[in-house]
Each structure stands twice: as C-alpha cells, then as structure tokens.
Design a protein around this ligand. Structure first.
Ligand code: FES
Ligand code: FES
Length: 138
C-alpha cells in the first residue's frame, strides 16, 4: 500500500469534524461530475484580533473515502483562517499531511475545495445565517 493510502486509512479510522454544524454561518455543497460523489461543508466564523476568521468547519461526504480523509484534514487546517485566506487554498493544500494526492485522486480533493468555495460564496457576514436547503436544526 502506498503511503498516501496508509495515511487515508489512518484518517478514516478517526475522521474529525464530521456532521452538520447546527449554528453554521455558511454551508456549501458540491457534487463531482467525475464519480457522482457529493460533499457538504459547514463554516462557523468568529471574531479574533479584529479579524473575522473560521472558528469551526465540518463536513459530510457521500461516497468517497479519499474525500472524507481530505475533508477531515481540511476542516482542521481551516481553523483561524479568514475567508480570503481560505478562498485561495487549493485541493493539494487542503490535503495537508495526507498529500500529495495521486493523479487518480485529485478530483476527490477538488470536491473538498469546491464545497469550501461554495460555502464561502454563500457566506454573507452581515446577513442571517445561511442554511442552504437543509431543514433548520436546533
Ligand atoms: Fe467516488 Fe471512487 S468513485 S469513491
Ligand atoms: Fe470521486 Fe473520490 S473517487 S470524490
């Protein structure tokens, strides 16, 4: 098994930040045309040193194990980033210590990047929290 596969396996044994963030400020969903898998990401912002930064991020992945492992890593490394800093992160950067993604798995990382971008696009700092088309959670 390649070291990438080993790291994915390790990440899957204890995936972090899985599930809906009930008090999220933004949610983004994206599907992969390549494989039909889907990923949703929630973001919660906070104020830190006069800057609005990501306090917590969570995800739900439907289908792909690599996407779960990358999203688990990404939701950790997003903490403390501003929306502008998060917006420019590439799939390979979001993969963190798991990477680099092998060519066959690049679209799995792009699924995470797409969900993040979509959530950031849906983020409206001054407006009411966005819950997308999900039913409200208490
Ligand atoms: Fe999605 Fe591989 S096709 S898991
Ligand atoms: Fe399609 Fe991973 S195999 S997202």
């Amino acid at each position: 098994m390649s070291s990438f596969e080993t790291k994915v396996k390790e990440a899957l044994a204890n995936p972090l930040n899985q599930g809906e963030l009930a008090d999220a400020d933004a949610v983004g969903t994206v599907g992969s045309p390549e494989c039909g898998d889907m990923l949703r990401m929630w973001l919660k912002f906070t104020e830190k040193d006069g800057k609005r930064v990501i306090d917590r991020a969570s995800f739900q992945a439907f289908g792909c194990q690599t996407a779960i492992a990358v999203a688990s890593m990404a939701t950790e490394l997003l903490r403390g980033k501003t929306a502008d800093e998060a917006k420019i992160l590439t799939a390979q950067e979001l993969t963190g210590d798991l990477g680099p993604l092998p060519p066959m798995k690049i679209h799995c990382g792009q699924l995470v990047e797409g969900a993040l971008r979509n959530a950031l696009d849906n983020d409206a700092p001054a407006a009411a929290p966005t819950t997308g088309n999900m039913s409200p959670t208490l």
